[in-house]
Design a protein around this ligand. Sequence first.
Ligand SMILES: Nc1nc(=O)c2c([nH]1)NC[C@@H]1CN(c3ccc(C(=O)N[C@@H](CCC(=O)O)C(=O)O)cc3)CN21
Ligand SMILES: CC(C)C(=O)C(=O)O
Ligand SMILES: [Mg+2]
Length: 275
Amino acid sequence: MKNTALTFRQAKEKGEKLTMLTCYDYSTAKLMDESGVNSLLVGDSLGMVMMGYENTLAVTMEDMIHHTKCVSRGAKNALVIGDMPFLSYHTSVYDAVVNAGRLIKEGGAQAVKLEGGADMAETVAAIVRAQIPVCGHIGLTPQSINAFGGFKVQGKTVEAAQKLLDDAKRLEDAGCFAVVLECIPELPARQITESLSIPTVGIGAGKYCDGQVLVYQDMLGLYSDVTPKFVRKFADCGTVMREAFRRYIEAVNEGSFPSAEHTFRFEGTVSARVS
Ligand SMILES: Nc1nc(=O)c2c([nH]1)NC[C@@H]1CN(c3ccc(C(=O)N[C@@H](CCC(=O)O)C(=O)O)cc3)CN21
Ligand SMILES: CC(C)C(=O)C(=O)O
Ligand SMILES: [Mg+2]
């Protein structure tokens, strides 16, 4: 059955965990959907893992729409969430609603995600008024890299943790159906999770969150430019892929590929050569 913003809220009421993975293309979306993940996040992390940028700031609405289209076509049951890229919602509430709408209308997503807390509450409320479900995102918000001075753990002091809890509550009040907690210690993540009626989805936020999300290239061992402490490699697909590419090159070079089974049959006689 199709996961929706509503089933996210209900999962928390039932005490069921939620799973989310980032996804950027059709074939991977199908594989993930078939494995039963609740949600596919077309993250602006695609700037790093798909495009090779050092951070997420250069990602455009066109990049996000392109990849969201690809993922939507492959997701039968998973909720597709389109990530709003840097500067697509900071310039005005109007811009935010228009750009959120594009991820839905053009990208085929069922929800959007944006970074920020109390400062974005008004923006979130306006998008929700347009009937677009919004997922919040607080803690390490990568689009704030220049303000933070790097990808750094947030909410380490009592004051910072209190601010995160206030932000989370403002997002819930503004109408978010879920909130991502990125790179914060276990205790504040647990307190936020217990204080909200909407689910928290953690990435580097410990085990007490209602759900978890990982960048799929990280969990498959396909990307190593940044290696956050919170990543578990569930498979070493990088090694599998490198080895397959090497075997292909070797087979072509030695002439064992393509063999007869991969070659089309000619129907004329061997002597009737084309000239
Ligand atoms: N491939 C990938 N995986 C991600 O999880 C991810 C992205 N890209 N791009 C967008 C953001 C950036 N993220 C990051 C990137 C680096 C760290 C990192 O290196 N953190 C340090 C903590 C530093 C500190 O102690 O403050 C670590 O050791 O985990 C964390 C999150 C998470 N997101
Ligand atoms: C890491 C997740 C939460 C994200 O925002 C992204 O992939 O862009
Ligand atoms: Mg993101």
